[in-house]
Design a protein around this ligand. Structure first.
Ligand SMILES: Nc1nc2c(ncn2[C@@H]2O[C@H](COP(=O)(O)OP(=O)(O)OP(=O)(O)O)[C@@H](O)[C@H]2O)c(=O)[nH]1
Ligand SMILES: [Mg+2]
Length: 421
């Protein structure tokens, strides 16, 4: 768990180590970190479940290294191991295929390379234990396949500095759009509306609010932060018109009523839908909301594992709003944290959270899985604004998404039973 002074894990590139048991994956993590962070032993099968370690690696900076169980671990039932590996690869910005000098490429490595390709994760091979064996035939095999190879010994430290320095060259983290930086300029006024409801953590703001505030400050804009109850007072007190109002989705209807229509308004989760996912895709998913029928199966995916409050947005409010919308019960399943079902075909709709606790890569990878299964997907913010009838306004700052919305044949008014509470 990162402390407040550290880069949030969701903003760190994720590097995943894969390889057979006992090749030295955990030892390599320790060597890269320069300290003992992972458990090492001579007994094959030491690491069982994927373990994520946030750390600083010079010269890349803050990263998350993900240690995994051996690809040949028989303790894992075959299918389960592959599912776990897939879940980990969905988060990976770079894969390190770890091998042992003297071994040759086998079916396990082939499978790992195929999965890395499927998840579009760049890969490098690290041949470990060069103090023990001859790596030359393995190097030739890997080079024939076009996989970059690094030779190391995690015990003597040979090759570790070179590997560390090369990592960033292979790490192509996809830089998504900013949260708000492109919507505002220096000296602009921005109003952030932050309700402190039951779900709000004690004594602090949540990551999306902090990150948007930080981008406003980076842009040298003037940010005013209020609860929804002080919004009107704040607007009356400001001498200049705000360039943008950003509100928590849950009070968007009240805020839309309080903010004059010539001031742009959007929500934190719509900003996140663009920053972490793909806003037009989520807007397109709304078509499926209109065709939902009672009894349909829906997946609600929430990437963080917060303790749910009685009016939890993902577990309580969204299900209730959707039930009101379809006029009957729905079969709602939750996927929490890293869990994301491999088989998505049976869902009529996937509703994804803003993804503030996971990387853009993770959300984008899930969107790809959902698209491959042919299942429509929306995100919390887009769905909530839609159900409350304020989506076109909230999409105004985003022309591409607004065009997507305008091309959809949708009911544009909120239905009875959907209240902003
Ligand atoms: N000689 C030598 N031994 C190494 C090297 N790297 C790891 N080892 C040893 O290999 C054994 C396995 O190392 P681990 O790091 O636990 O291997 P792992 O791949 O994490 O193994 P599992 O978690 O069981 O899949 C340990 O006894 C290590 O000390 C190396 O570069 N040279
Ligand atoms: Mg291990």
């Amino acid at each position: 768990m990162a402390t407040l002074s550290q880069t949030p894990s969701a903003e760190r590139p994720h590097i995943v180590l894969l390889g057979r048991r006992n090749v030295g994956k955990s030892s390599l993590i320790n060597a890269l970190a320069g300290q003992r962070v992972a458990l090492v032993s001579e007994v094959p099968g030491t690491t069982t479940d994927p373990v994520s370690k946030a750390m600083e690696i010079a010269p890349i900076g803050p990263v998350v290294l993900v240690d995994t169980a051996g690809l040949d671990d028989e303790g894992y039932l075959g299918g389960l191991r592959v599912d776990r590996t897939k879940q980990v690869l969905a988060t990976a910005d770079l894969g390190l295929l770890v091998l042992e000098a003297g071994q040759s490429l086998g079916p396990h490595e082939e499978e790992a390379l195929a999965l890395l390709r499927q998840f579009e994760v760049p890969v490098i091979a690290v041949v470990n234990k060069i103090d023990l064996g001859d790596p030359s035939s393995l190097v030739a095999e890997l080079e024939r396949r076009g996989v970059p190879v690094y030779l190391v010994s995690s015990i003597t430290g040979q090759g570790i500095v070179e590997l560390r320095q090369s990592l960033h060259r292979h790490l192509v983290t996809e830089q998504g759009p900013p949260l708000v930086a492109d919507l505002i300029e220096a000296k602009d006024l921005v109003v952030l509306v932050v309700p402190l409801d039951l779900g709000a953590p004690k004594g602090r703001l949540i990551l999306p609010q902090v990150q948007v505030l930080r981008e406003c400050l980076d842009q040298e804009a003037v940010a005013v932060v209020v609860k929804e109850t002080e919004l009107t007072l704040a607007l009356q007190s400001l001498r200049r018109k705000p360039k943008l109002v950003v509100t928590d989705s849950q009070v968007v209807m009240k805020v839309a009523a309080d903010v004059p229509s010539d001031i742009r308004l959007t929500t934190f989760s719509i900003l996140y839908a663009r920053y972490k996912g793909d806003l037009p895709t989520f807007v397109r998913g709304l078509k499926a909301v209109e065709s939902l029928r009672p009894g349909d199966k829906i997946l609600i995916a929430e990437a963080c594992t917060h303790h749910p409050s009685p009016d939890d947005i993902g577990r309580v409010k969204i299900p209730n709003w959707l039930r009101a919308r379809v006029g009957g019960d729905l079969r709602i399943e939750m996927a929490v944290g890293k869990d994301f079902p491999a088989d998505l075909q049976s869902y009529r709709l996937v509703v994804h959270c803003g993804g503030c606790m996971v990387t853009r890569k993770t959300v984008r990878s899930r969107l790809r899985q959902v698209a491959e299964a042919g299942v429509p997907v929306v995100n919390y913010g887009v769905l909530i604004s839609y159900l409350h009838g304020v989506l076109p306004r909230a999409l105004e700052p985003f022309p591409e998404a607004l065009a997507e919305w305008e091309s959809l044949p949708l009911r544009k008014r909120p239905v009875e039973g959907v209240r902003n509470s």
